[in-house]
Write a protein that binds this ligand. Structure first.
Ligand code: AGP
Length: 613
C-alpha cells in the first residue's frame, strides 16, 4: 500500500515530507518522490527508485526551497518499478502535480481518450491519467478543487488523491474513495497523510476523510465537501495511539491488521477484473493471460507453490477442474523442481506466491519454462523476481503483508485463482453458467468475510480455552480440506503448537488413534456436498470424547448439538467457502498464540520470504 504525505507549513517542506514518508516506510514500497512549490513559483519534482535514502540524497544534491509540497512512496500496481512510474506525476503543462493510492479501473479507456486529444504520456501509471484529466478540467474551472471534482466524475475505482497547483500556492486538494486519507491541522499549518503515523509529531487531532469526500487545505484550515459539492463539517478524532501502535492502525499486531484488511483488499483484487464476465482476464498491461490459441492446446494445469500459497493451489485445483475441465496437479515447488514431471507446451503452470521471491517456486518455474510450458504467476509483490520468470502476471493487490504468517495474501490468491480458472474455462468454451454464478458470488465476497471477522469475540473466548493444548488435528473435506491444512499451518507457525491437517475421510486410516478425552479436533463443516459426511466424522470424534471445534454456518443447530465450540461463518456457495472459512481459523491461531505470549509477527525460525532452499 503506498504512502502519501502533504503539507502547507511554515518550515522546509522537503524535510517534512521525507520525515512523513519515513514514518510510512513499514508499509512497503519500491520508489519514492516529492513535489514542492519552490520559491520561484514552479513545481520541482524529485523521484527515485528504491529506498528513501536515494530520494534524500537527490534532494541534498539538488535542494528545493518551499513550504508547500506532496510526497509519495509507491507500491507498484499499474506499471513496473521505475523513476518514470514513481509519483508525483506532473500534468502535461507542468502546472500541477498529483500523487495517488488505489486503482483506477477505467484508466485504459481514459488514457486512450486523452491520447486521442493529443496528450503524450511518460509513464505506465493510472495516476498520470488523473493528472492529465485534472489539468484539462482546470481550463474550464476557476479553482483546483472544482477541477479535481470535475475530473473525478470520469473516474471509476479506488483512490486517495492529492494535488498541488502552482497557481494556488497555498492550497492542497485531496479526495478519497476506498483508500485512506487523514488530515492534521495546527496553528497556520496543514498536514495530510495516508496513515496516522506521519501526522503524530504535529498533532493528535486528525480528520479522517470519508469515501467520496474532497478537502481543500490552506495554512491552518480545511474545507470539506462531498463530491456533489455539499459542505461537510470536519469530524476531529483524538489519536491515543503511540507511533508504534499507529503503524498497525491501532491493532496489536500486523497479522491482526492484515486479517481485518481482507474485505478491503479482496475488493481491490477484484476491481476491474469481473466486468461482464465475458472478456478474457488480462494482465495489468492489458494482455490476455491465456489466449484462445494457447488454451486450445492445453492438456493439463500444474499449480506450483510453497506453504500457504500451496494451500491456495489445492483449493484452486477444484476450480480449474470444474470450470476449465482439465486435469490438475498441485505440486510443492521443492518437489516439482527435482521431479521429471511431464511439462511442455501443452501444460499451463501457475506459480502462486505472495513474495514472488521464494527460491523453490522460482526454480520450479524456470525448469517448467525451459521445457516449454506456459507459465503464469499469481503474485502479490509487484516487480518481484517471479514476475520476470513467467509469461504473464495476475497481481493479488493485497498490499504489503508484513506479518510472517500469511493471511490476506491467501484469500486474495484464492480470489485471483478463481478469476483465472473461470477465464480459462470461458476461453475453452466451458461451464459459462457455473463460472458466471461463482463470479457473481465472488463479487460480493467482502461482506461475508467481514461478517466472519465480526465473530472474533467468540473466537477469542474459544482460543482462551484451547490455548493450553499442545496437539491439534484439523479436518476438512473437498474444497475445505486445504482450509484444514491452512488452519493447522497458521496455528503451528505462530503458536509453535503441533497441529496437522488431514482429509476427514482419512480419519479411520490412522489419525483417529490420536483422539482421546479432550483432544482438540478442529473441523470445517459448512453446507455442501460433504456436509453429512463431516457430521459423521464429528460423531466419531465425539464417541471418543474428543474436544470438537467446528467452523459452521451461523445458526446450524445440527453441528451445534455435536460441537463443544462453534466458530460461526456466513453461508456462501460451497465452492467459495474456503475464502470465508479460513477467517475464523486465522483468528483462532492468532488468539491462541497471543494467549501463549508468542511473537506473532516475527515467529521464531521463520522468514517472511524463503529466498534460499
Ligand atoms: C505462510 O503463513 C508462511 N509464511 C509460508 O508458508 C509462505 O506461505 C511460504 O513460504 C510461501 O511464501 P510465498 O507465498 O511468498 O511464495
Amino acid at each position: 500500500m503506498c504512502g502519501i504525505v502533504g503539507c502547507i507549513c511554515k518550515r522546509d517542506a522537503t524535510r517534512v515530507l521525507l520525515r512523513g514518508l519515513a514514518r510510512l516506510e513499514y508499509r512497503g514500497y519500491d520508489s519514492a518522490g516529492v513535489a514542492v512549490l519552490s520559491a520561484d513559483g514552479e513545481i520541482a519534482v524529485r523521484r527515485r527508485v528504491g529506498k528513501l535514502i536515494h530520494l534524500q540524497d537527490a534532494l541534498e544534491r539538488e535542494p528545493i526551497g518551499g513550504t508547500t509540497g506532496i510526497g509519495h512512496t509507491r507500491w507498484a500496481t499499474h506499471g513496473g518499478v521505475s523513476e518514470q512510474n514513481a509519483h508525483p506525476h506532473l500534468c502535461y503543462e507542468g502546472n500541477l502535480a498529483v500523487i495517488h493510492n488505489g486503482i483506477i479501473e477505467n484508466y485504459a479507456t481514459l488514457k486512450a481518450e486523452l491520447r486521442a486529444r493529443g496528450r503524450v504520456f511518460r509513464s505506465e501509471t493510472d495516476t498520470e491519467v488523473l493528472a492529465f484529466l485534472i489539468a484539462e478540467a482546470r481550463h474550464t474551472h476557476t479553482s483546483l478543487r472544482a477541477a479535481v471534482v470535475a475530473a473525478l466524475t470520469h473516474v471509476q475505482g479506488a483512490y486517495a488523491l492529492v494535488v498541488i497547483d502552482r497557481r494556488e500556492p497555498e492550497t492542497l486538494v485531496c479526495a478519497r474513495n476506498q483508500s485512506p486519507l487523514v488530515i492534521g491541522l495546527r496553528d497556520g499549518e496543514a498536514y495530510l497523510a495516508s496513515d496516522v503515523p506521519a501526522l503524530l509529531e504535529y498533532t493528535r487531532d486528525v480528520i479522517f476523510l470519508k469515501d467520496e469526500e474532497v478537502a481543500e487545505l490552506g495554512p491552518g484550515h480545511v474545507a470539506l465537501f462531498t463530491l456533489a459539492g455539499q459542505p461537510v463539517a470536519p469530524a476531529v478524532t483524538r489519536i491515543q495511539w503511540d507511533l508504534h501502535q499507529a503503524e498497525k492502525s491501532g491493532y496489536a499486531h500486523f497479522m491482526l491488521k492484515e486479517i481485518h484488511e481482507q474485505p478491503r483488499v479482496l475488493t481491490e483484487t477484484l476491481l476491474g477484473r469481473i466486468g461482464t464476465g465475458t472478456e478474457p482476464l488480462c494482465t495489468d498491461g492489458g494482455e490476455p493471460l491465456i489466449t484462445p490459441a494457447r488454451a486450445a492446446r492445453l492438456q493439463r494445469v500444474v499449480l506450483v507453490a510453497c506453504g500457504t500459497s500451496w494451500h491456495a493451489g489445492l483449493v484452486a485445483a477444484f476450480w480449474f477442474e470444474a470450470l476449465a475441465g482439465l486435469p490438475v496437479q498441485v505440486d510443492y515447488a521443492s518437489e516439482l523442481r527435482y521431479r521429471r514431471a511431464p511439462l511442455g507446451p501443452d501444460t499451463l503452470v501457475v506459480a502462486v506466491s505472495q513474495s514472488g521471491e521464494t527460491a523453490d517456486t522460482l526454480a520450479a518455474v524456470k525448469e517448467a519454462r525451459r521445457r516449454g510450458a506456459h507459465c503464469l504467476a499469481v503474485v502479490n509483490a509487484v516487480g518481484s523476481s517471479l514476475t520476470r520468470e513467467t509469461d504473464g502476471v495476475l497481481y493479488t493487490r493485497a498490499g504489503p503483508e508484513i506479518g510472517v504468517a500469511s493471511t490476506k495474501a491467501f484469500t486474495t490468491q484464492l480470489a485471483a485463482l478463481l478469476l483465472l480458472a473461470a477465464s480459462l474455462g470461458r476461453t475453452r468454451g466451458r461451464e459459462a453458467e457455473r463460472a458466471a454464478a461463482l463470479l457473481a458470488a465472488l463479487r460480493g465476497i467482502a461482506e461475508p468475510v467481514q461478517r466472519a471477522i465480526a465473530a472474533e469475540p467468540a473466537i477469542q473466548e474459544a482460543a482462551a480455552r484451547l490455548a493450553p493444548h499442545n496437539d491439534f488435528l484439523y479436518l476438512g473435506r473437498g474444497v475445505n480440506y486445504p482450509v484444514a491444512l491452512e488452519g493447522a499451518l497458521k496455528l503451528k507457525e505462530i503458536s509453535y503448537i503441533h497441529a496437522e491437517g488431514y482429509p476427514a475421510g482419512e480419519m479411520k486410516h490412522g489419525p483417529i488413534a490420536l483422539i482421546d478425552a479432550g483432544f482438540p479436533v478442529v473441523c470445517i463443516a459448512t453446507p455442501g456436498a460433504v456436509y453429512e459426511k463431516m457430521l459423521s466424522n464429528l460423531e466419531e470424534v465425539k464417541a471418543r470424547r474428543g474436544r470438537i471445534v467446528v467452523v459452521a454456518a451461523q445458526g446450524d443447530t445440527r453441528v451445534g448439538g455435536l460441537a463443544d465450540t462453534v466458530l460461526p461463518v456466513p453461508e456462501v456457495p460451497e465452492e467459495l467457502s474456503p475464502i470465508v472459512n479460513v477467517v475464523p481459523l486465522q483468528l483462532l491461531a492468532y488468539h491462541i498464540a497471543l494467549g501463549r505470549g508468542c511473537d506473532i509477527d516475527q515467529p521464531r525460525n521463520l522468514a517472511k520470504s524463503v529466498t534460499v532452499e
